[in-house]
Design a protein around this ligand. Sequence first.
Ligand code: NCD
Ligand code: ZN
Length: 358
Amino acid sequence: MLRLPGLIDIHVHLREPGATHKEDWDSGTASALAGGVTMVLAMPNTKPPIFDAETFAACLQSASAKARCDYAQYVGAGPGNAAAAAALAPQAAALKMYLDMTFGQLRLDDMALWMPHFAQYPAEYPIVAHSESRSMAAAILFAALYDRPVHIAHISLREEVLLIKAARQRGIPVTCEVCPHHLFLSQDGALAGYGNGEPLTGGRQEVRPRLATITDVQALWENLDMIDCFATDHAPHTLAEKDSSNPPPGFPGLETALPLLLTAVHDGRLTLDQVVEKYHTNPRRIFHLPEQPETWVEVDETARYELRAGEMHSRCGWTPFEGWPVRGRIRKVVLRGKDAFADGIVTAPPGYGKNVRG
Ligand code: NCD
Ligand code: ZN
């Protein structure tokens, strides 16, 4: 039996308030525990978005009643809330800025709107930017101009990882994450040697950033040492929504990330140390997250099975990895000294989760 530290997922969408038919603090944190994740950082693109003291407090009230694993909540950057967001910094996971195509209403196109956030959000916490390609270059310029840490969410392109490498060589304080779906899926299907042979079709392929080319996917694997964190961007939408004529972008990911990564470890693409570094150690360091005492994940490394949405805890009811053969089954999760997940059942009750910025 392999023992890992509790995983920390810095990018999850829990949909509460506003879209609890997709997920809520209860189902989303159950999904986390079933995936070996003991701490989640929740994104602010809810309905309403979390962008001031009032929406923040209301969201945390649901979290405190319903979360099964530990958590912190992001505050979102809007056109006129730089002071309110900065005031929330000590209680927030970090500031999230949507600078590109996304789901929800938090997008900031005009760079003049970025300035007050960069000027005011305390530099001991990162600003997390959803920015792609040239808007990512702009976010890195802002990190340099304001000399403060910026964390780039879900990189997917070769040009992005190469630019991040160049920026870091110049000492610009930029970090980044990659999602499993951008490592194992391209716009032309699964990475060679993975998957069930069935390509994703229609709305089920929709995710932001979009699935990239196989050249991009290979560049991410080749430059893994430049990528600080694994994060799922767990973005649940129901299957009916995904198969509708207007499919929202997003993939669930909390219950598939670790088995996919452990399969890659088995295949020699990655080491176990890199999994721990990018899915625990670096997230803790970059976001200044506390240690979770007596917290670990037990994995049967030898178990071989197929991923099945029917066995998962997310409310969305599907996975882009349905039927994929994987290795490594999570047997048990212990969170702060108590069994939180064992043999397929989430045992931590709603409300057990703690706000790590509380
Ligand atoms: C996310 C969502 O559904 O909230 N969708 C996605 O495709 N990643 C929004 C986002 O992270 O941009
Ligand atoms: Zn996201």
